[in-house]
Design a protein around this ligand. Structure first.
Ligand code: ADP
Ligand code: MG
Length: 701
């Protein structure tokens, strides 16, 4: 009973730590509130005096909630967020302090940028950078600080973060989508927003075991570990009932996220043992990106409270599924339409098909960009490695839509679909099933009724890069369409011709079959000529292809220098990750695994000797000791060779050559070492083996 009394409805505390629209309406003078609203919805910059009023209200609100500090919260190229906290205090002449926060401090911060990755930008330009408030994403309170979402740039204007390009891409796609809407006679909509709902997968392990594994602590994944007797083959974990400890964690997590105004909605067990998923309700892309960063951070923090560790690495365990992040993406106009919803009228249908064709063309022409947006050392264990979507980008649109596209191309009627006959632009399209019956789970880019789901992202990735690319690519195609159609004498005729041409030229990106099969990869590469960029090292150099660079430049999303610097940062990051993993393996092998092998061999030999001393045959012990001895020798050799390769890697030319060396030489030697260590684990007593086993990690909660 007492528990029921304490129960508070979610709506009572949802967003209680957010300086939300409601709070602003309550606390700001009407005219100030109106100008902030304009900034938020129309992307207009805020004046200084308005900023002062907002800053003061924000500070009062934050202080009432116990905040003592504020921080400009930003997303440098490290992939995680960064923050530097300043107290609200200003000294007074009598030696006391007053609590102050000005519009200037709200709008601009000046963290020392020199230690963030900049890919050579800082060497040639200024060492300093500044952060600028993004008023479209709400400030919030966490751990007694007021967090102000900000963009991060260098003083000469080069962007150093992941938020700025995303915001720019949202502007350009809005602009181009509006041109298309105008062509369809829409003069009401003034803005098109891209929306995202990222589904987040993760693992939970017991902290007690985590703490015993240097590999998990330093690299986020197990670098050694023999397969457990049971994996995911029984498929009993997916959507299975949630264990009490995990359920308590999820409940706590939901509450923390709700307080921060994050629409945590769905939670369930995933395919692999100890793997789970959280999906929020979708929202505007940049807010979704901020919220996803916060979600990942809070997931880790709350886990510790429960004696758990949340692993966001794409492949914490070999042999069981890794974790991804599905980026559900759509576009909506501020007159209330989801532009990727087929709609009910012929007019809506035609508009939908126009957007659809633009996306098909974009995904086909810019597939390498989408692929590289999901490229990382961690995600290489998934994409192109017999798991999750393949490294080949293709699109799934479902059989209904494919029939429509085919009919459009051939100028025929679509034979009865869902008992309806229709001609494009004349009759209504059928209602596409939005349930899970017609879902292709192997496709990297799937239409799911009123949105696309991009499934390549890794669980630890920021969603910003993918959405920046997606938005810019779609803007590019819509711009090309609009350029042609705006000058057409007969709109419908030209549109029809444009759509048919687009389908003819780009339909090879559409694939509704099984994306995991070897036949598909063969067909994709050899028949359809789709790029198969297997690893990060293959994908990243594509960034700087001239046609890609000029697209980003045309829409002012990235300058050529910014793209070059990003490519450099990402390649360097890849090399660093593999280097850390290799060094961790060496450390563990030398200090834990080899000594354990030696001591176990000794105890087996001792056992043999004592048997022989009393005249009993010791053939079992002798065989085991000799097997252990040769396995240990194998480990030592593999360690020596890895040592040499790590040293050789340092001598490679930085950038792509070094990254390639790490992949081809260091990473492959790591796999050799791992294989022999895992084989040895199966021969050594678990009392002596120095690491918790996969069974401990995956099945102990
Ligand atoms: P599934 O696992 O079947 O793909 P989920 O319900 O787990 O489905 O996730 C679907 C995600 O797509 C949710 O985050 C949801 O909010 C999001 N979504 C739904 N509609 C849109 C939209 N118009 N734009 C972006 N995301 C959307
Ligand atoms: Mg999904």
């Amino acid at each position: 009973m007492s528990e029921q009394k304490e129960f508070k409805s979610v709506s009572d505390f949802f967003g209680c730590n957010v300086f939300s629209d409601t709070v602003m309406r309550e606390r700001l003078p009407k005219n100030v509130y109106k100008s902030v609203l304009k900034t938020k919805t129309l992307g207009i910059a805020l004046d200084q005096d308005v900023a002062d009023v907002v800053a003061n209200a924000m500070k009062d609100w934050a202080v009432e909630k116990g905040a003592t500090h504020y921080t400009h919260w930003f997303q440098p190229m490290t992939g995680v967020t960064a923050e530097k906290h300043d107290a609200f205090i200003t000294p007074t002449s009598d030696g006391n302090v007053i609590i102050e926060f000005s519009g200037k401090e709200l709008i601009k911060g000046e963290p020392d940028a020199s230690s963030f990755p900049s890919g050579g930008l800082r060497a040639t330009f200024e060492a300093r950078g500044y952060t600028a408030w993004d008023p479209t994403s709400c400030a919030f309170i966490k751990d007694n600080s007021l967090y102000i979402p900000t963009a991060f740039c260098s003083y000469t204007g080069e962007i150093l973060d992941k938020k700025t390009p995303l915001l720019r891409s949202m502007e350009v796609v809005s602009e181009q989508a509006l041109r298309i809407l105008r062509l369809f006679g829409n003069d009401k909509a003034t803005r098109v927003t891209t929306t995202v709902g990222p589904e987040q997968e993760y693992f939970l392990v017991d902290k007690k075991y985590y703490d015993m594994r240097e590999d998990l602590i330093l690299t986020g994944r197990t670098l050694f570990g023999a397969k457990p007797p049971k994996g995911q083959e029984l498929e009993d974990h997916y959507f299975g009932n949630i264990k009490q400890r995990v359920s308590d964690y999820m409940k706590d997590l939901d509450e923390e996220l709700w307080k921060l105004g994050i629409y945590a909605k769905t939670k369930h067990n995933e395919v692999a043992p100890a793997q789970h998923e959280l999906a929020p309700i979708f929202t505007t892309s940049n807010i979704a990106a901020d919220h996803n960063q916060l979600t990942m951070e809070i997931m880790k923090k709350i886990a510790l409270k429960h004696g758990l560790v949340c692993l966001l690495h794409e492949k914490p365990f070999a042999g069981v599924n890794g974790s991804g992040k599905h980026n559900n993406w759509s576009m909506s106009s501020n007159d209330g339409q989801n532009l990727l919803d087929p709609g009910d009228t012929p007019q809506d249908n035609l508009q939908f098909l126009t957007f659809l064709c633009a996306i098909i063309k974009g995904v086909h022409e810019y597939a390498p960009l989408l692929r590289l947006s999901a490229a990382s050392a961690g995600n290489d264990h998934r994409l192109g490695a017999n798991e999750a979507p393949p490294a080949v980008v293709s699109m799934f649109i479902g059989s209904e839509l494919e029939a429509v596209i085919e009919a459009l191309e051939s100028g025929t009627k679509v034979a009865s679909i869902a008992d309806k006959e229709f001609i494009i632009g004349v009759d209504a399209l059928p209602n596409f099933p939005k349930d899970t019956t017609d879902r292709n789970r192997t496709s990297p880019f799937a239409f799911t009724g009123n949105k696309f789901e991009f499934r390549m992202l890794g669980s630890a990735d920021s969603i910003s890069c993918t959405n920046t690319i997606l938005n810019t690519v779609v803007a590019q195609e819509l711009c090309e369409f609009a350029d042609q159609l705006e000058n057409a004498d007969d709109f419908e005729k030209s549109l029809n011709a444009l759509l048919v041409k687009t389908i003819k030229e780009h339909k090879q990106i559409i694939f509704n079959g099984n994306g995991y099969s070897d036949e598909w990869i063969d067909e994709a590469v050899n028949v359809r000529h789709l790029p198969n960029l297997v690893s990060t090292v293959d994908a990243l150099p594509q960034y700087t292809r001239p046609e890609f660079v000029s697209m980003f430049e045309k829409f002012k999303v990235y300058t050529p220098t910014e793209i070059a610097s990003r490519t450099e940062i990402l390649l360097e990051n890849y090399s660093k990750v593999i280097n850390i993993e290799a060094l961790t393996m060496l450390d563990m092998a030398k200090k834990l695994i080899i000594p354990a092998c030696i001591s176990y061999t000794k105890s087996v030999c001792d056992a043999a000797a004592s048997k022989i001393a009393v005249g009993i045959s010791a053939s079992v012990e002798k065989n085991l000791a000799s097997k252990l001895s040769s396995l240990t020798e194998g480990i030592v050799n593999a360690v020596d060779s890895l040592d040499e390769k790590v040293i050789a890697a340092q001598g490679q030319e930085e950038g792509e050559p070094m990254a390639r060396f790490y992949r081809n030489e260091v990473f492959s030697q790591m796999q050799t070492l791992r294989a022999i260590v895992d084989e040895t684990e199966m021969c050594v007593s678990s009392d002596i083996w120095p690491l918790p086993s996969y069974s401990d990690l995956l099945f102990s909660i």
